[in-house]
Design a protein around this ligand. Sequence first.
Ligand code: ATP
Ligand code: MG
Ligand code: FE
Length: 349
Amino acid sequence: PLVLGVESTCDETGVALVRGHELLVDVTASSMDQHARYGGIIPEIASRAHLESFLPTLESALEKAGVELSEVDAIACSAGPGLIGSLTVGNCAAKSLASALGKPLYGLNHVVGHLAVDQLVHGEFPERFVGLVVSGGHSNLLLVNDIATDIVELGGTLDDAAGEAFDKVGRLLGLPYPGGPHVDRLSQQGNPEAIKFPRGLSRPKDLKEHPYDFSFSGLKTAVARYIETLQKQGEELPVEDICAAFSEAVNDSLTSKAIAACQAHDVKTIVIGGGFSANSRLRSLLDERASAAGIEVRMPPLKYCTDNGAQIAALGSNLVAAGLAPSDWDFAPDSSMPLTETYIPGNRS
Ligand code: ATP
Ligand code: MG
Ligand code: FE
């Protein structure tokens, strides 16, 4: 079946077409340029940008793939978690299309989509895997028994998400928004051992109570204090070293807990996803530690890490293949959709 995916949780309008695990086309429009000068996403601007971008993005995708709308068998859209205004625009567009075409509609989980997209590049998932979803809003470890129907949440961040922490450190260093990619780039020129920053939830007691949870706010505060102290003394900031040491602390926590989750659940594969999964140190450190532990890591190419329509079409394709009932026409977007819910289930069959 040919599945059309529509992404609209935040600032990216994405439209993609997937058949099975084959990606036909993936087109993304972003309103990030309009938000950058405010240092954060402005929801009203994002919603309006979806309204303006949806039809051109859809037309461009159909044209590039040489596909007519009438050939589409099912429509999938992100139903949450995300900004309610952005979701509403994308969901209305997807509902209109599904209703006009008389095709089933699936309102699905954007964050689970961040993992699903990997199948378009590396093929069918193994029977079970540990998913590490790291993005601007999430840092979670998931035990995925079936990407369409059976996800267990092992843990997540108690405060900031990894991408969010990078963006905040970027702001402290005066880097453009979003800071994540800039901090990553600068960290590659620095010495990760130059400064000792704390690892959240890593003491024995924390490891017992929060084996798969993360905390990055203490680390962020430590970075802020370090910067303040040097500035007060009128010293120049070792920006590259700060980025490298900070990045090492975040990625040490993420990778050690991901490996521990595999070992505790007898799982041999880790799949990563989400905007932060583009991080260079996450990728190298996870690769290193996983191969030492005999665990395979699947990492989507960088272009599929940040938000896109392909992740939605990919997950939609899994739901269709599993024979699940579509969402009902009156489903509402869920800005805080739980990660254990792959989509908004319908009652029809
Ligand atoms: P969610 O998926 O939880 O709803 P989101 O969709 O807003 O959140 P994404 O678009 O998946 O998040 O990811 C964006 C985040 O990824 C930003 O915080 C950005 O700074 C971060 N990011 C992107 N590339 C890198 C990188 N190379 N290193 C660190 N962070 C990065
Ligand atoms: Mg984004
Ligand atoms: Fe995302």
